[in-house]
Design a protein. Structure first.
Lengths: 73, 243
């Protein structure tokens, strides 16, 4: 597995989330899409969480990197 | 007759999905001859749970609720039990917890308090939704409902711990394989989320224990007609006239 710093992982995650956001019709961007810890998040909410590096935001970054096969250091 | 308890708060958006998924287990339990106790929303408190358990021996429990490593909650996120406090109510019970992270400390504690076996998640349980559809018809949520129902059915069928866990893992893998060719980002997220939940599924407790599924006493209409026909043949020596 390749290694990535948290700040690079965060940038990569934000890129991917923004790409996802742009692929959605306007009406879908702010509607719940993913349930994390039994709380609902739209794709836009997920971007906000990652940007502010909340616990959920960090979780999203780590999940995303695991999916891509990176280890965050 | 063994008793199956369904515990399903449904006040908030995400919990409505969990509650709905557990509700699919109720006809599965009755179909197999279990007595069912269904605790919904306001009833999902520790007081109500203790009251039910004082009146009825529960053999198997399917529990949905918010959770973390040490806490499992019910109605309005009131604590139902936590590690070392109150979780002894699960003693003697086979259980499945649809709740986040309880597999880290709470479920192991339930096993030390003589819970028979339990299956749950040691990670935050995640799933995807598409609110253009009703909860029942949501295609993004369907694999997660299927996973939950697979675990419920397997327990009700009298499977042992590893068989239940294996069935859960296999169901995740089956959905991942089925969705693998989908190129849309939403479906890629569904796959990643299924993999996340699969990797966090944990099974603890007695490896050899299982619940004995009750025998169905009542025959269905085709079986009754067949029995009637056999009886007629024995009594008259002629086949029964067709209806």
């Amino acid at each position: 597995m390749s290694q990535l710093s948290f700040s690079d992982a965060k940038k990569l995650t934000l890129d991917r989330l923004r790409q996802w956001l742009n692929s959605l019709p306007e009406s879908e961007k702010y509607r719940p899409r993913k349930i994390i810890d039994f709380k609902s998040y739209s794709v836009n909410d997920m971007i906000v969480e990652v940007e502010k590096e909340s616990e959920t935001g960090k979780k999203i970054v780590f999940d995303e990197m695991k999916q891509l096969g990176y280890v965050v250091t | 007759m063994p008793t199956a308890l369904f515990f399903r708060p449904n006040k908030d958006f995400a919990m409505q999905y969990a509650s709905s998924w557990l509700s699919y287990g109720i006809p599965e339990a009755t179909k197999r001859g279990y007595k069912v106790i269904d605790m919904i929303n306001e009833a999902t408190t520790i007081e109500q749970l203790k009251m039910v358990m004082s009146q009825e021996k529960i053999d198997v429990a399917f529990m949905a609720g918010h959770g973390n490593a040490d806490v499992f909650t019910g109605y309005e996120q009131q604590i139902v039990f936590q590690t070392c406090t109150g979780d002894e109510v699960m003693s003697g019970i086979i259980s499945h917890f649809l709740s986040c992270s309880v597999g880290q400390r709470l479920l192991p504690d339930i096993i030390t308090k003589k819970g028979i076996y339990t299956v749950g998640y040691q990670v935050d349980f995640e799933f995807m939704v598409n609110t253009n559809y009703s909860i029942e018809k949501d295609p993004y949520a369907e694999p997660f409902r299927d996973l939950t129902l697979t675990i419920i059915k397997k327990i009700l069928d009298g499977a042992k711990l590893k068989e239940v866990w294996d069935a859960g893992i296999a169901k995740c893998n089956e959905w991942i394989a089925k969705l693998w060719t989908r190129t849309e980002t939403d479906w890629a997220e569904v796959i990643a989320t299924l993999a996340h939940d699969r990797d966090g599924l944990i099974a603890l407790g007695d490896k050899e224990a299982y619940i004995t599924p009750p025998r169905k006493m009542a025959a269905g209409i085709p079986q009754l007609l067949l029995l009637g026909g056999v009886f007629y043949l024995l009594m008259t020596g002629r086949p029964a006239p067709s209806i």
